[in-house]
Structure formats: structure tokens, C-alpha cells
Design a protein around this ligand. Structure first.
Ligand code: ADP
Length: 425
């Protein structure tokens, strides 16, 4: 994956995460606020109703203002201007809360004028069996010097009560956190893979360069040997020298393939395009490749008219040679390979057809992937790296050409490159 793409993914992903977190926290705060207001309103209604019933019971007037006062987030004071019977108060509180469906634990206390103390009432909980709240009562229920006849109610479990009603919000928050964790994990995997592939690229690059020098030396030495008159007269030694030359050439081809891919993956990969007459170039390639063939036949059917394309000659030769090599490599008996050029109205079709082992549908889709090899493809003694078609595909892409394959296992394969006629210079 190219650097700029990773950078873009990280920036966009980071912005999305910030956006999600911002919206999520705004939304959470907003819903908390709404729920808190709802709670406060319901408590006010309950306490007002309780106060009204108490005043009716005591036959007194309620104060005109500040009847119910919220003294802290979960602590309310009710100023009722008359003596309070704790038993009746508890009764009223329970029924009024039930009417408003406010199912939350609470504790209450009543102010006693004679002792100037808040007298603890009781802890009531909707959960059966839950008794007494485990916190120092006096510390939790402060008294107020500005009021005379009043009672206080405290909701010790307000936070958990509000949270319990926000399952949906919490689930969505959890999902967002999961998505963020997953994104960060994916980024880590991508960066780690990139690091590995960079290491791999460097290694392959250095390794192939290191191979080139000894291969050239072997070539020079083998050429020198094969021209020696003593050796020419000795058939056995000449054969050995030929083997050295053949194998060295094969090694060179493999190293070239890897180097080509390494060049391709360099950041500043450029095509050196020129006008090329395809028929004559293909004929030349076919002649060269035919010389290398020990058995079988390689033929070329040119197009009727001359066809000129604007392309990088070196890469085009490599592409065609690669496909011919494969056609020969993956033929069981004597390879019969047909190269042909067809001119159509808007494009030229270059076909490389063989009668070899063929490729099944499943593998056809992955043929052009880097390092991909069909597992049963090693029929020939020359093994490959799975880089040839990856290189071919990349060169076609760089030129704006299309490459496709038609193949049937056991019958053979036909690779077709579609070259648009009017490519921009
Ligand atoms: P390799 O170096 O393995 O030949 P390529 O990228 O050139 O790598 O090819 C990938 C795989 O595609 C090969 O391993 C082979 O299985 C399959 N393949 C390529 N060309 C042909 C063909 N003409 N006939 C059958 N199989 C082919």
C-alpha cells in the first residue's frame, strides 16, 4: 500500500474518530441532562403532592414560594410550615412515588424544632429485602437553618437510576468504542505489514543485485571456456560447459524477473514510451524465443496491417517473453504456442495461446497476484516465483492496457492483452 494512501487513511480515520467521540459525548451529556431534568421534575411533582396532602391533613397553608427546594443533585428539602408526622409522611411519599412510577430508593428525615435536629425517618427501597443505607446518616442529611418546618428526602442511588435508563446510549457508546479499537488495531496491522513488505523489498533488491555480479562472471568464464579449442575438441567437457551456460542463463532470467518487479515497485517508476510497430517487434521476439526452444513449436500470426503502439519497448518485450515462457513452461508435452495480433476498430488484441495444462476458474482470478502460483503448476522442472504475471499485469496497467485469460484445465490457456489504438502521447 503506498505511503500517501496510508497517510490519507490515518488522517480520515483520525478525523472520523474525533467526530464520533465528539458527537457521542455531546449526545451522552445531552441525554444525561434530559434524564436529570425529567427526574427532577418527577421528584418535584411527588414532593409537591406530598406537601399538599400533608397540609390538607394538618389543615394548614403551604408557603407561597420555594415549597420544594433542590439543595444538591440528589437532595431535596420541602418547606411545609406545619408539624410533620413521620409515619404519615412515609406513607404519602411511597404512594405518590408509586403514582409517578418513580421506582427509586430514598431516605427521608424530619426536622424537630424542640431538639433542633434532623430526625432520621427511614430508608425505603423498591427492591424487596434491601434494608438501611450504609452511609452515616447525619452526614448525608444536612439540616437547614433558613427553614423551620420541613422534611428532607435524599436519593442515594440517583446516578445508577439515571444510568439504568440509558441502556441504548451505553450500548451505542460501547459499539463506538469497539469500532475505534478495531480501527486502531487495523491501522497497527497495516503499518506492521507495510514495514514487513518494505523489509522484504529491500532484501530482495539487495539479494538480486548481489547475484548479478557472480552471474556475469560465470557467463564470461563459460563463454571463454566454450571458445577454447582444447575444450571444443572434447565432447564431454563441451557438454558440461554448455550446461553451465544454460543454467547460468536460466538463473539470470530468474534474477531479472525479480529485479523487474523490484524496479516496478520503486516509487519513481517511469515508462520510456516510443512508437513501436508491433508486428515486427513480435516477430523478433518469437524468433529469439524459438531459438531457446528445444522441442515444440512457437508460431506468430501477424495482423493484416501494420500496427504502431506507443509503449515502453523494454517492458513490452519482457511482458511478451514472460507469457511465452509460461506457455512453454506449463505445457506437458512438446509445447505448441501461438502468438497472434488482431486489429479491431478501436483496439489491438495480442494473444498468446498454448495447449498446456490450463488453469481452473478459481485460480484464474488470482493468477496476477504477487507471488501467486497454482499449487499443481510445478509440472516443469523450472520452478517460478509467481512474479511473472504480477509484473505483466502491472506493466499493462501502467500502459492503460487490459489483460485477460481464457483457460480450461487440460486443454490450454489463452492470454489476451487489449491495447487501445489511440493512446495519448
Ligand atoms: P511463475 O514464475 O510461477 O510461472 P507467473 O506469475 O508467471 O509465475 O505465473 C503464476 C502461475 O500461473 C504459475 O505458477 C502457473 O501455475 C500459472 N500459469 C501461468 N501461465 C500459465 C499457462 N500458460 N498455463 C498454465 N498455467 C499458467
Amino acid at each position: 500500500m503506498p505511503n500517501h494512501l496510508i497517510r490519507r487513511i490515518i488522517i480520515l480515520g483520525g478525523l472520523s474518530i474525533i467526530g464520533i467521540l465528539f458527537i457521542q459525548s455531546y449526545w451522552l451529556l445531552k441525554t444525561w441532562d434530559i434524564k436529570d431534568k425529567e427526574f427532577d421534575q418527577t421528584v418535584h411533582i411527588v414532593l409537591r403532592n406530598v406537601a399538599t396532602r400533608m397540609s390538607k391533613f394538618n389543615k394548614t397553608q403551604l408557603p407561597k414560594s420555594n415549597l420544594v427546594q433542590r439543595r444538591s443533585s440528589n437532595y431535596y428539602a420541602v418547606n411545609i410550615n406545619s408539624a410533620i408526622d413521620a409515619n404519615i409522611l412515609e406513607q404519602y411519599l411511597l404512594t405518590e412515588m408509586d403514582k409517578q412510577s418513580l421506582n427509586i430508593a430514598f431516605e427521608y428525615a424530619v426536622y424537630d424544632c424542640s431538639s433542633d435536629e434532623l430526625v432520621y425517618g427511614n430508608y425505603c427501597s423498591p427492591e424487596p429485602g434491601e434494608k438501611g443505607y450504609n452511609i452515616k446518616r447525619s452526614a448525608n442529611l444536612p439540616k437547614f437553618n433558613d427553614l423551620i418546618y420541613y422534611f428532607v428526602v435524599r436519593f442515594p442511588k440517583r446516578e445508577s437510576f439515571l444510568l439504568a435508563n440509558r441502556n441504548m446510549a451505553l450500548t451505542l457508546t460501547l459499539l463506538s468504542v469497539l469500532a475505534i479499537v478495531f480501527f486502531l488495531y487495523s491501522m497497527w496491522v497495516i503499518l506492521e505489514q507495510k514495514r514487513m513488505s518494505e523489509l522484504q523489498k529491500d532484501f530482495i533488491n539487495n539479494m538480486t543485485h548481489e547475484f548479478k555480479t557472480p552471474i556475469s562472471s560465470i557467463k564470461i568464464a563459460a563463454d571463454f571456456l566454450s571458445n577454447d579449442p582444447h575444450l571444443k575438441s572434447n565432447e564431454r567437457l563441451s557438454r558440461y560447459t554448455q550446461i553451465i551456460r544454460d543454467q547460468n542463463q536460466r538463473l539470470n532470467q530468474q534474477v531479472e524477473k525479480v529485479l523487474n518487479v523490484a524496479r516496478l515497485e520503486r516509487d519513481r517508476f517511469e515508462l520510456k514510451k516510443e512508437d513501436i510497430e508491433l508486428n515486427s517487434l513480435l516477430r523478433e521476439i518469437v524468433n529469439n524465443e524459438s531459438l531457446k526452444m528445444k522441442q515444440g513449436r512457437l508460431s506468430f500470426l501477424p495482423s493484416e496491417n501494420k500496427v504502431t503502439v506507443y509503449a515502453d519497448k523494454l517492458h513490452l518485450v519482457n511482458v511478451v517473453a514472460n507469457m511465452i515462457d509460461n506457455a512453454i513452461k506449463y505445457s506437458i508435452n512438446d509445447p505448441i504456442v501461438e502468438l497472434s495480433l488482431n486489429e479491431e476498430q478501436n483496439h489491438v488484441l495480442l494473444h498468446v495461446k498454448d495447449h498446456g495444462i490450463g488453469i481452473d476458474r478459481e485460480n484464474q482470478k488470482k493468477l496476477f497476484d504477487k507471488f501467486y502460483r497454482v499449487s499443481t503448476g510445478n509440472v516443469h522442472d523450472v520452478k517460478g516465483f509467481g512474479l511473472g504475471l504480477f509484473y505483466v499485469k502491472n506493466i499493462c496497467n501502467a500502459h492503460g492496457w487490459q489483460i485477460g485469460v481464457q483457460s480450461e484445465p487440460g486443454k490450454g490457456s489463452e492470454f489476451t492483452i487489449t491495447i487501445p489504438k489511440h493512446t495519448e502521447k
